[in-house]
Write a protein that binds this ligand. Structure first.
Ligand SMILES: [Zn+2]
Length: 224
């Protein structure tokens, strides 16, 4: 009897101990879950606030701004752009691969400069490069005889020249306002063989509006 009692007592301690651990784990799990949810909610709210902030302060979000309204100093740019847009477009930063708004976007439309609103690229020339950034094989004003067009300017970039696998790259900027867009490489698809690897933060998509006289309809009417 005494021995049985001892076993019972040990079992009870064991059960109580296990229950205690499970209970504590559950409490910790609940606290962490609530914490994550609160943080996620906060992040979403911050993102929403930032977008409101951008559209209110940055006239280029709505369309191409007049030359006279293009800022001349970083102080002015900072007032219009989000910190991420400023860092990338005005200070030649790079967003993380697969993190930007447009790397996987297939929506038809025109991509404009986030700084001055100039139309730069079209969905028609966008292709899946697998690199994690929106990629285009030509700028918006490219022609058969001039595959690089005029709206995008090129500059030699030696910033990563000393790092294996990089070498000298070709930076591309908005010719009108100097916004850093990304880089152009010679490993793109036909017909140009070019790959414009662009930061989502430097551009904004105007989804294509289907209406009478749109390019698609003109093309269709010609083929009739
Ligand atoms: Zn621009």
């Amino acid at each position: 009897m005494r021995m049985l009692f001892t076993i019972d007592q040990e079992s009870r301690y064991l059960i109580t101990g296990v229950a205690g651990v499970v209970l504590r784990a559950a409490v910790v799990f609940l606290l962490l879950t609530c914490g994550s949810l609160t943080m996620a909610k906060q992040n979403n709210q911050n993102r929403g606030d930032r977008m409101d902030e951008t559209s209110n302060k940055n006239p280029a979000v709505k369309g191409r701004i007049p030359d006279s309204e293009i800022p001349k100093t970083n102080v002015e740019w900072r007032k219009r752009l989000t910190p991420e847009q400023f860092e990338i477009a005005r200070r030649k930063g790079t967003e993380r691969a697969f993190s930007g708004t447009y790397w996987n976007t297939k929506t038809p439309g025109t991509y404009r400069c986030i700084c001055c609103g100039e139309p730069l690229f079209r969905s028609g020339e966008k292709f899946e490069s697998g690199c994690g950034w929106p990629s285009f094989y030509a700028p918006i004003d490219a022609k058969k005889e001039d595959t690089k067009g005029n709206v995008v300017a090129e500059h030699e970039d030696r910033s990563l020249a000393g790092i294996a696998g990089f070498g000298i790259r070709t930076e591309v900027t908005c010719r009108r306002c100097g916004a850093h867009l990304g880089h152009v490489f010679n490993d793109g698809p036909p017909p140009t063989g070019l790959r414009y690897c662009i930061n989502s933060a430097s551009i904004i998509l105007d989804p294509k509006v289907q209406s009478n006289g749109s390019k698609d309809e003109e093309d269709t009417s010609k083929s009739r």
